[in-house]
Design a protein around this ligand. Structure first.
Ligand SMILES: NC(=O)c1ccc[n+]([C@@H]2O[C@H](COP(=O)([O-])OP(=O)(O)OC[C@H]3O[C@@H](n4cnc5c(N)ncnc54)[C@H](O)[C@@H]3O)[C@@H](O)[C@H]2O)c1
Length: 387
C-alpha cells in the first residue's frame, strides 16, 4: 500500500506490451499507483518515462522491486522463460501477481507458479486480455444465451507478420516456450476454452523455418471439445494479410450451432445470424435481418488489457471484481498448447489431460537467459507502417 492508501504496483519488464498495460493503470490512478518499473535495458528508459511520466523510478534488477514495502502487487511482463522465476520470487516476497499471457512455457512451470502463490497466500492472475475485451465478451454473451442451439464447430485464427531476430528472446524455443503456438495461439486456445469448455483431444502440425525463428512460425491445431464440438485453430506469423487495402483479418473467431452462427473479427466487431425464426426472443432481439444475413451486436468499447487491469485492482482492493483468469484456470490453456506440441512431435492425436514434464532446454544463448543489461532484445510486429 502506498502512503496515500492506494495499491502499490511494481511492473517487471518495460518492453512493448507496457503501453497496453498502461491503458489500465492510467484509468485506475484513484485506486493504485505504479511506483517502480524493473527494466534491464536502459535503452527502454525513455519509452517507459514517456508512458509513466518523467519521475517514475526505474531499476535494473527486479528483486529490488520485490524488496519494496510499498509494492503490494507486481505486474510481470517479462519474456516467457522468466515468468516462472519472477512469479516464484514475487510470491516468496508476499506480492500478488499478475502475469502476462502466456502464463509459462509448459504446465510443469504453471504448477510451480500456482504452488508458490498458494503457499505464500497471494493471488495469481493471468492477463489473458481477450477474455476482458468488449467484442470478445459480446460473443461470449451470444454463446451463453443458448441462441445458437447445439454448438458443433469453432474456427479461430491469428494472423500477423512477427519478425524474430536471433538477438531476441522470442526467437528461441527456450525464450518463447516453443514458437508461435505457445506464444500467441494461446489467445485463441484460451478464448475457446472460455467460450466452449475444455478440450478432449488435440492434433497439430507445424512449420519451421530456422532463419525466421527457432520454433514454429505456422501452426494448425484441430481438436474436439468435451462438448463434442470440433475446433480448428491456426496461427500464421508470416502473413501480411491483416494489413493494407482489402485486408483479411488479424484475429477471427467463428462459431456454428444448430440454430445459428456468430463471429468476431478484428476491425469489424461481433455478429450473429439466425438460421430459423423458432426463438421469438432471439428474433425480437436481433431483428428479421438476422435471418437473411449477419447483424452486428452491441459491444463494450473497452480493450482487454484495460479491463483486466481495472478488475485486478478491484480484486486486490477486495471490491467486487470479475477476474476470470486465475493461474489455476489458465494453466489449462498452456496444457492444450503443450499437447499440440506433443502431437506435432509424435504425429499422434493427444488426449487430455497430459502429464507435466520439466522444460528441456534447447540452447538459447546464455546471454539471453538471465538478466540481460544494456541490450536490445526486442522483436517486432510488422504493422505495415515504415520503420
Ligand atoms: N496480450 C497481447 O496481445 C501481447 C502482445 C505482446 C506481448 N505480450 C506478452 O507480454 C510479455 C512481454 O512481451 P513484450 O512484447 O513486451 O516483450 P519485449 O521483448 O518487448 O519486452 C520484454 C522486456 O523485458 C525486459 N527484460 C528481460 N529480462 C529482464 C529482467 N531479467 N529484468 C528486467 N527486465 C527484463 C527486456 O529488456 C524487454 O524490454 C510476454 O508475456 C508477451 O507474450 C502480450
Amino acid at each position: 500500500m502506498t502512503a496515500d492508501g492506494k495499491i502499490g504496483v511494481g511492473i517487471l519488464g518495460g518492453g512493448g506490451i507496457l503501453g497496453a498495460h498502461m491503458t489500465g493503470f492510467a484509468k485506475t490512478t484513484d485506486r493504485c499507483a505504479v511506483v517502480v518499473v524493473a527494466e534491464a535495458n536502459p535503452g527502454r528508459d525513455e519509452a517507459i518515462r514517456g508512458l509513466l511520466g518523467p519521475d517514475i523510478r526505474i531499476v535494473r534488477d527486479y528483486h529490488e522491486v520485490l524488496a519494496r514495502p510499498d509494492v503490494e502487487a507486481v505486474d510481470i511482463i517479462l519474456p516467457h522463460h522468466l515468468h516462472l522465476p519472477a512469479t516464484v520470487a514475487a510470491a516468496r516476497a508476499g506480492k500478488h501477481v499478475l502475469v502476462e499471457k502466456v502464463m509459462a512455457r509448459n504446465v510443469w512451470e504453471c504448477d510451480q507458479m500456482i504452488a508458490a502463490c498458494e503457499a505464500a497466500g497471494v493471488t495469481l492472475t493471468v492477463c489473458h486480455d481477450r477474455r476482458y475485451h468488449g467484442e470478445w465478451m459480446a460473443l461470449k454473451a451470444i454463446v451463453d444465451s443458448g441462441v445458437l442451439g447445439d454448438i458443433f464447430f469453432w474456427k479461430l485464427d491469428h494472423n500477423q507478420n512477427v519478425v524474430m531476430p536471433a538477438a531476441s528472446w522470442a526467437h528461441w524455443r527456450d525464450g518463447i516456450g516453443g514458437g508461435c503456438i505457445m506464444s500467441c495461439l494461446t489467445h485463441q486456445i484460451d478464448g475457446l476454452r472460455w467460450y466452449g469448455g475444455e478440450f478432449e483431444r488435440v492434433t497439430c502440425m507445424t512449420c519451421v523455418r530456422p532463419e525466421r525463428m527457432e520454433g514454429e512460425f505456422l501452426g494448425v491445431v484441430t481438436g474436439t471439445l468435451k462438448s463434442g464440438a470440433l475446433a480448428e485453430l491456426s496461427i500464421n506469423w508470416w502473413t501480411r494479410s491483416n494489413q493494407g487495402d482489402n485486408r483479411l483479418w488479424y484475429e477471427m473467431v467463428q462459431v456454428c450451432g444448430t440454430r445459428g452462427e456468430a463471429y468476431r473479427m478484428d476491425g469489424r466487431g461481433t455478429f450473429i445470424r439466425l438460421h430459423d425464426g423458432a426463438d421469438p426472443a432471439a428474433l425480437a432481439r436481433y431483428g428479421q435481418a438476422a435471418l437473411s444475413g449477419f447483424v452486428k451486436v452491441e459491444c463494450g468499447a473497452w480493450g482487454g488489457h484495460e479491463r483486466c487491469i481495472a478488475e485486478w485492482i478491484k480484486m486486490l482492493r477486495h471490491e467486487p471484481a470479475q477476474i476470470i483468469t486465475s493461474g489455476r484456470e489458465c494453466r489449462g490453456t498452456v496444457e492444450v498448447a503443450e499437447a499440440a506440441y506433443r502431437s506435432a512431435e509424435t504425429g499422434k492425436t493427444i488426449q487430455l489431460p497430459i502429464k507435466p514434464r520439466r522444460w528441456k532446454a534447447s540452447g538459447m544463448p546464455a546471454a539471453l537467459a538471465g538478466i540481460v543489461g544494456a541490450r536490445d532484445l526486442s522483436y517486432h510486429v510488422d504493422t505495415g507502417a515504415k520503420r
